[in-house]
Design a protein around this ligand. Structure first.
Ligand code: HBI
Ligand code: FE
Length: 248
């Protein structure tokens, strides 16, 4: 799906972007921004400790993601040493092709603004908390980091088949589950950054299917609602194979 960019509908400030749509991280988050970050981190970290895969929790710790809005440069110093990835600031949603190009070059776009307190449980566009807390920890895991780059490379050459790859992203990077020695765990950013979806994905009356790339690519998805189908990995290496599945 191509992310339609009607600047009118988007929240961020797109007027100072570099040619690659990046912007510097603001240095002046308000006390209210910090308070909203802290509320979200405390809520989601306690859920993650119970329901997230070990690799996610290890990433939170290794990258020092805690009670204050992370400094991109400080996290990048650690992240680049681990997997060669870095976080870049963006005003919000950016065109698919630009997004994929960043992934293909081990740059993860992170929205630089954070939601309002009134949006604690839901907001339409991904904000700083969803992008950073949800997506960045697993970029410290070598296998997942390799998958994300390979995904970006494949998406750039997908052409008409981009919808199939968008589904792969949706059912893995955003809403993926994984079976572990400690039981069913979460690795998807869309779940880990959501208050409601964590228990719904693990304990809810939903469909949980074994991960199989061709089946994932055939399964449409709906945004803006709790999912009712999840795909379950046995090992992150399956993702890497999926990224190389020939799409027709
Ligand atoms: N832009 N900033 C940003 N973050 C995303 O996660 C994002 C995007 N643009 C497009 C997009 N995601 C989706 O279409 C992915 O499937 C590519
Ligand atoms: Fe996301």
């Amino acid at each position: 799906m191509d992310t339609v960019l009607s600047a009118a509908g988007l929240r961020g400030d797109y007027s100072f972007m570099a040619p690659d749509w990046t912007v510097p991280q603001p240095g002046d988050y308000s006390a209210e921004d910090q308070a909203v970050w802290r509320l979200l981190v405390e809520r989601q970290t306690s859920l993650a400790k119970q329901f997230a895969c070990a690799e996610f929790l290890k990433g939170l710790e290794t990258l020092g993601i805690g009670d204050e809005i992370p400094d991109f440069d400080a996290v990048n110093a650690r992240l680049e040493a681990l997997t060669g990835w870095k976080v870049v600031g963006v005003p919000g949603l950016i065109p698919d092709a630009v997004f994929y190009d960043h992934l293909a070059n081990r740059r993860f776009p992170v929205t630089v603004w954070i939601r309002k307190r009134s949006e604690l449980d839901y907001l339409v566009e991904p904000d700083l908390f969803h992008d950073f807390f949800g997506h960045v920890p697993l970029l410290s895991n070598p296998v997942f980091a390799d998958y994300m780059q390979r995904y970006g490379q494949r998406a750039m050459e997908a052409g008409a088949h981009i919808d199939l790859l968008a589904r792969l992203y949706w059912y893995t990077v955003e809403f993926g589950l994984i079976r572990t020695a400690d039981g069913l765990k979460i690795y998807g950013a869309g779940i880990l950054s959501s208050a409601k979806e964590v228990r719904h994905a693990i304990e809810g009356d939903v469909e949980r299917l074994p991960f199989e790339a061709a089946r994932v690519m055939r399964r449409p998805y709906e945004i803006d609602k709790l999912q009712n189908t999840y795909f379950v990995l046995d090992d992150f290496r399956q993702l890497f194979e999926a990224a190389d599945t020939r799409v027709a």
